[in-house]
Design a protein around this ligand. Structure first.
Ligand code: UDX
Length: 453
């Protein structure tokens, strides 16, 4: 099939590369000439495991090409995907100008039978706006269809999620057998592997995308709040989440407490759904609470640090991991940033290591942080270590070596990657999210040290 994808960001590029890998002839269109030049050279402008290799292969095999020319993209293909950005505006509402611009160009250049598929996360009712734009050109000769096909891929596992989605959602206007056949053909490799293809009305498809992310966000705020409660109750969240999660209706997956959720989607989509509700006079009480909990959550680890070090001025800390999650260099809405800003504001000195985000961090914090190339260096003379992203490489460190670098031996584990007993066996004092008994120990141990006991 001949397919054009507008927008070469995470979603668009993964979609374009994935569709080419499935044997289609794919054109990627982006307004940014620099990005297009990089992609033509086989360079992915962001960090996403496996994407670079697959991109190069598809370019070399001639199934994938990139241009800035919208006319060429629309004229060449029977299916046109829009996967352009919808960044939040000041009022939390998504900026639709890029999506509507693709629709305008589609109206201008499309002839014959073509399908416009929206993949960008857009407010409910956007497909109606797209159709409104395209409608005047629809005729017996120009048979255009508008679909909504939301994307659920996660950064860091984008290709896997593209090829092995939990479901494919297609929202349509009415029931068109020909169109359904075309979508089944497009997604045949996934359908043959048992992936459910679900057809819905167009608005329901738009709601499904927001509802999925809002549910995930709420689930995380629930487990984070539960972890905070465990600290008060003297319980251990790791045992609690296992005991709760083994109920098949609940599950342990996507149920790890931490420093709060971040990234380009969960916080933005949660905000957007709350705002959409407000604008139509609907009050999302649960989502409101989920959002409030998430705004507070990064500060829990600072409270833990301050229990041990009431005055942070001049105290050096090492930080392991800043990306909003492992497998990405994305810092958008990363809770680590709120923590770093606050520690700096209180006068702490921070020595930071992250396997991929250092170039981006340098742009944000310039000389306010000290940057390291490996994860042992930032421990030099540090009084404590804060773990803010659960990169795999952090999981089995040489505790003896760590201790030899550090001035005082405190670990504040914002992602609960370590087993407390392991850490304490190595004579570190350990704080993990959701266990106050440990926190009490930390405090008393340092008081004893201070008193020379
Ligand atoms: C999310 C959705 O999962 C995906 O379906 C959608 O298409 C885009 O938004 P992504 O932003 O890539 O994907 O990240 P995700 O893996 O969902 O993690 C989001 C945040 O939740 C991260 O900050 C992560 O650290 C946090 N998280 C995740 C937890 O704190 N605990 C968990 O158990 C899982």
């Amino acid at each position: 099939m001949k397919i054009t994808v507008f927008g070469c960001g995470y979603v668009g590029l993964t979609t374009a590369v994935g569709l080419a890998e499935m044997g289609n002839t794919v054109i990627g269109i982006d307004v940014d000439p620099q990005k297009v030049a990089m992609l033509k050279d086989g360079i992915v402008p962001f960090y996403e495991p496996g994407l670079q290799e697959m991109l190069l292969r598809q370019i070399t095999e001639g199934r994938l090409s990139f241009y800035t020319d919208a006319k060429l993209g629309i004229e060449s293909s029977e299916i046109v995907f829009s996967a352009v950005g919808t960044p939040p505006l000041k009022d939390h509402y998504a900026d639709l100008s890029a999506v509507l611009n693709v629709a305008e160009q589609f109206k201008f250049y499309a002839e014959g039978e073509k399908v416009f598929i929206n993949k960008s996360t857009v407010p409910i009712g956007t497909s109606d706006k797209i159709l409104e734009i395209i409608q005047p050109k629809i005729s017996l000769k120009n048979r255009f269809q508008v679909l909504s096909n939301p994307e659920f891929l996660r950064e860091g596992t984008a290709l896997k999620d593209f090829f092995e989605p939990d479901r494919i959602i297609i929202g349509t206007y009415g029931h068109d057998a020909g169109l359904r056949k075309l979508m089944k053909k497009l997604y045949r490799p996934m359908i043959e592997r048992g992936v459910p293809l679900v057809f819905t009305d167009i608005r329901s498809a738009e709601v499904i995308k927001y509802a999925s992310n809002a549910y995930l966000a709420t689930r995380l705020s629930f487990v984070n709040e539960l972890a905070n409660f465990c600290e008060t109750a003297g319980a251990d969240i790791q045992s609690v989440r296992k005991g709760v999660g083994l109920d098949k209706r609940i599950g342990t997956h996507f149920f790890q407490p931490g420093i709060g959720f971040g990234g380009s989607c969960l916080p933005k989509d949660l905000n957007a759904l709350i705002e959409m509700g407000k604008q139509s006079g609907f009050d999302f009480k649960v989502l409101d609470a989920a959002q409030k909990v998430n705004l507070q959550q990064p500060y829990r680890i600072i409270e833990a640090v301050k229990n041990v070090f009431p005055n942070l001025n001049g105290i050096t800390f090492a930080i392991w991991g800043v990306a909003f999650k492992p497998g990405t260099d994305d810092l958008r809405d990363a809770p680590s940033l709120a923590i770093i800003h606050e520690l700096l504001r209180q006068g702490a000195k921070l020595q930071v290591y992250d396997p991929v985000t250092i170039p981006k961090l340098r742009k944000i914090f310039e000389k306010k942080l000290s940057y390291s190339q490996d994860y042992y260096s930032p421990l030099q003379n540090a009084s404590g270590l804060l773990i803010l992203t659960e990169w795999e490489e952090f999981r089995n460190p040489d505790f003896g070596r760590m201790k030899s670098f550090m001035k005082e031996h405190y670990i504040f584990d914002g992602r609960n990657i370590f087993d407390r007993e392991d850490v304490e066996k190595n004579d570190f004092s350990y704080y993990g999210i959701g266990s106050l008994s440990v926190q009490r120990k930390l405090k008393s141990k340092r008081s004893r040290v201070k008193l020379g006991l």
